[in-house]
Ligand binder design. Structure first.
Ligand SMILES: *Cc1c(COP(=O)(O)O)cnc(C)c1O
Length: 344
């Protein structure tokens, strides 16, 4: 199907490679047979590494079209989305104002936060409770602060997961389709981490639009492994993003039969908290493949994926494409839990 995409900035290095995890797959061959491939969206850029740059190509273009001068967005103190926005804002000439959730002492000038500061983002930090209860008031205050100076602010929701951001992984599905056609290959499943839901939403509707299918002609199944909240939350959120996208862009696509698939059970003790098993998975992938996962998203999701494979969720022989959504800078933040878990 030929899809008319909205205009966007070209900011990411695309298409990203799709590679088999050869040594990992070989080492598991006697226990299970679900070959894993990864799509290297950690290679979308250097300082812009990860999935958010794909979404921001569309979102920041929309901001420019609306004549915005200032981008306001939000996230945790080690937010990859906030960092990508800071870097791209500098590149495109927007002022960036970040509303970060966390404690002041977590602003360590390391990892993503260092890059936010380096790229000149304005940063306000709020405790989780204050952030949750007062967000609308805080945002309205920051917006009017800029409006009073005659500037036009543009707000991007957490993770750039909204109607606009859905385009990012519809387009990634087009890359997957082209790879499959060129290599005469098929994926039975696509798996990603779900944090704000936009990647899952885009992949789910994108797989349908681009008719991603298995060798037998069945639809490729898309799964999100949630790293916060629960399955019910992401089923609702991702579907809502798709509905909003359909409405905003007048897309004539049937979404009634769209199934949002979420694998719950791997959040552990909370968002950005990782158990030793997650650190062990990160170490394994680093040592076996030279692929660096992160403790907040990709390490947690990949650890969940390995456990689900061991529990035989995926039928024997079926292949899996894991989307490596980035996250390396949080690994490099000054966090004693991560440092202890990742070294031995
Ligand atoms: C934001 C993020 C995710 C989650 O993607 P969503 O579209 O927000 O669900 C996964 N991995 C990394 C590294 C991220 O920064």
């Amino acid at each position: 199907m030929s899809i008319i995409y909205p205009e966007r900035f070209h900011l990411a290095q695309l298409p990203t490679p799709i590679q088999p995890l050869t040594r990992l797959n070989a080492s598991h061959n006697s226990d299970w047979n679900n070959p894993i491939w990864i799509k290297r969206d950690d290679l979308t850029g250097c300082a812009t590494s990860g999935n958010k740059v794909r979404k921001l190509e569309y979102t920041l273009h929309e901001a420019k079209q609306q004549g915005a001068d200032v981008i306001i967005t939000c996230g945790g103190v080690q937010s990859n989305h906030a960092r990508a926005t800071s870097v791209l804002g500098a590149q495109l000439g927007f002022k960036v104002h970040l509303l970060l959730r966390g404690e002041e002492e977590e602003l360590t000038h390391t990892g993503n936060h260092l890059l936010d500061v380096l790229c000149g983002a304005e940063i306000d930090c709020y405790s989780s409770q204050h952030f949750l209860s007062e967000f609308e008031t805080i945002l309205a205050g920051v917006k009017s602060h800029y409006e009073e100076q005659g500037l036009k602010p543009f707000f991007i929701p957490v993770g750039a997961s909204d109607a606009t951001g859905v385009w990012a992984y519809i387009q990634a599905c087009e890359e997957i389709k082209q790879h499959c056609e060129k290599e005469q290959t098929y994926f039975d499943h696509i798996v990603c981490a779900a944090g704000s839901g936009g990647t899952l939403a885009g992949l789910t509707i994108g797989a349908k639009l681009h008719d991603l299918h298995t060798k037998a002609g069945l639809n490729t199944k898309v799964w999100g492994i949630n790293v916060c909240d629960n399955a019910a939350y992401f089923e609702k959120k991702a579907l809502q993003d798709i509905i909003d996208w359909k409405q905003k862009y007048q897309m004539d696509v049937d979404s009634d039969d769209v199934a949002i698939r979420v694998i719950d059970g791997y959040v552990g003790s909370g968002y950005a908290q990782a158990e030793q098993t997650v650190f062990d998975t990160i170490k394994q992938l680093a040592r076996q493949e030279g692929v660096i996962l992160d403790p907040i998203y990709t390490g947690k999701a990949f650890n969940g994926l390995l456990q689900e494979i061991a529990r035989q969720r995926f039928p024997e022989g079926e292949s899996i494409l894991f989307i490596h959504t980035g996250g390396i800078f949080s690994l490099l933040s000054n966090n004693s839990q991560y440092q202890a878990g990742l070294t031995d």
